[in-house]
Design a protein around this ligand. Structure first.
Ligand code: GLV
Ligand code: MN
Ligand code: MN
Length: 417
């Protein structure tokens, strides 16, 4: 039975917007964005903020061993599997106010709208803030959902180090101490009946097409690598070129060849070198060590596989006189969302009178891991000029509310199946 739209009407645009404003104070940056990297003090502050709001509404709160934070509104059938919605509260170093946070706040707004409208659901409805989606401090990204879904192992993730050598399990312990919630024992993960994630589009299509709701059909595959080049430190003033093993010079040769090899005619393959480290980092010492990260994405796993082989060959061929190696940090195959959830998002947007279009996602999201567990879909809303991973990222309150209205009605449908 289709929902009446009562819960959609109970979504409060002003409340949802104010929650974004409040969250944006935690880790705020000079150009209006946030730097709230995973398991930082700012991340702990955001968790406390969310838990405070959840407590005010009487919702149950719990966390798991990788720090995923859950807010639960009971259903009428205690034996029914829950449905869930959410995203992440961590950000890029130059992050915006909406990437991830919107999905968490839209899910929380959905719980509040259900409560305000007095809508009972058969299944419990959960909001979740996944740990470390961005993967800018600790790799890989989408870590909380990956562990939840069994894509990555908890024990291995707890030992991951950030760029300064801080071990994840120590940062996690500090975060959980600063933002305590009751701990769900055992390995992360539990059975779900459905999952829907709301997110800003992070691209320009919805805005260009003057469309409010993106019905997300798929997420392209992504792989990340780290390339390490070993050379030899030497005096910058005295060492002749022929005698040098300059690790940074070799890195530039490898990188230039990689950019060439990954430029495709239709501009589908995404190839990014986003972080370069050069050691010892002294102006007058020839670098003895260099490393850089690669983020590569494409809708076809076969294309990613072919390019992975090419990258490996280039590392071997262009490193001389240094030595180099490439290590794959993560590989997530393309995700096709559930046709029924896709259809439900589309029909709900239509029912509520919102313009909508089907679209795949170029960005990665926690939904790509959850989709391996249960029927999953996503809802996109426009963001200004499609700009994201940037402090100036922006979105319109009415669009954010529209996405939350679609979300709450979709959740009701899933929660009453
Ligand atoms: C998420 O931030 C991504 O990199 O796709
Ligand atoms: Mn995101
Ligand atoms: Mn992001």
């Amino acid at each position: 039975m289709a929902s009446s739209g009562t819960a959609a009407s109970a979504v409060r645009e002003d409340r949802l917007w104010q929650r974004h404003v409040d969250m944006a104070k935690l880790g705020s940056t000079p150009r209006g964005g946030v730097n709230r990297q995973a398991l930082s003090a700012e991340d702990a502050a955001a968790r406390n903020q969310l838990m405070g709001w959840a407590r005010e509404r009487g919702f149950e709160i719990f966390t798991d061993a990788i720090g995923n934070l859950f807010v639960r509104r009971d259903g009428s059938d205690p034996t029914a599997l829950p449905v869930m919605s959410g995203s992440h509260m961590d950000s890029q170093p130059t992050g915006g106010r909406f990437d991830g946070m919107y999905g968490v706040l839209a899910a929380f707004e959905a719980l509040e709208a259900l409560e305000d409208a007095g809508v009972k659901t058969k299944r419990p409805v959960l909001a979740v803030a996944w740990t470390n989606e961005e993967g800018s401090r600790f790799q890989p990204g989408a870590m909380g959902s990956a562990v939840f879904a069994g894509h990555n192992k908890l024990d291995e993730m707890l030992l991951v180090k950030d760029w300064k050598g801080v071990v994840l399990k120590d940062a996690l312990a500090e975060t959980l101490q600063a933002a305590p919630a009751s701990m769900r024992a055992g390995k992360p993960g539990f059975a779900l009946d459905g999952y829907v994630e709301a997110h800003i589009e992070q691209g320009p299509r919805l805005e260009n097409e003057r469309t409010t709701i993106g019905v997300v059909t798929a997420i392209q595959g992504s792989r990340r690598y780290i390339v390490e080049i070993l050379g030899e430190e030497a005096h910058a003033g005295t060492t002749p070129r022929a005698a040098r093993k300059d690790a940074y010079l070799a890195a530039t040769h490898i990188a230039a060849a990689m950019y060439d090899a990954t430029t495709d005619a239709d501009d589908t393959l995404r190839f990014t070198i986003g972080r370069v480290d050069v050691l010892p980092g002294s102006p007058n010492t020839v670098p003895g060590k260099a490393s850089f990260t690669i983020d590569m994405r494409h809708p076809s796993d076969a294309v990613l596989e072919t390019h992975e082989a090419t990258l490996g060959a280039l590392v071997a061929a262009r490193a001389a006189p240094c030595t180099a190696r490439i290590e794959r940090v993560t590989a997530v195959p393309p995700t096709a969302f559930d046709p029924k959830v896709i259809g439900l998002v589309r029909s709900t947007a239509k029912m509520l009178g919102f313009t909508n279009m089907d679209m795949p996602s170029g960005a990665g999201h926690d939904a790509m891991h959850v989709a391996r567990l249960c029927p999953t879909g996503m809802i996109f809303v426009p963001c200004e000029r499609g700009i994201s991973h940037n402090e100036i990222e922006n979105a319109v309150p009415a669009d954010l509310a529209a996405g939350a209205r679609v979300l709450v009605e979709v959740l009701i449908e899933l929660a009453n199946r």
